[in-house]
Design a protein around this ligand. Structure first.
Ligand SMILES: [Zn+2]
Length: 100
């Protein structure tokens, strides 16, 4: 049941074990509906080859879309770092001096 080529069927089971049953990208536990993912998408010159394959959760696969592995990790990391929420400080007793 493989549309694209000569990757042995048990490769997916091996990858699943290698990744400890977790999504390659977000490390979420994969349930039964994992996607097989091309680290470098075929449309970006990636190969359908075991070195270029990984298992991901559907969410990551869909979000990653045509990004490469590097680009997607950069996106994920960027999001984590970007979580500097500007904390509004309420209840501050010092106000800027305003000259009437
Ligand atoms: Zn994921």
């Amino acid at each position: 049941m493989n549309q694209m080529g000569d990757v042995p069927e048990d490769l997916y089971q091996k990858m699943f074990d290698q990744q400890n049953g977790k999504c390659y990208y977000c490390k979420m536990s994969l349930k039964r509906d994992y996607h097989t993912e091309h680290k470098t998408p075929l449309c970006r010159g990636g190969l359908h080859d075991k070195d270029n394959l990984c298992l991901s959760c559907p969410e990551c696969n869909l979000r990653k879309n045509r990004r490469t592995e590097e680009e997607f990790f950069a996106l994920i990391n960027g999001e984590n770092n970007g979580e500097k929420r500007t904390v509004a400080v309420y209840g501050q007793t010092t106000f800027p001096h305003s000259k009437m």
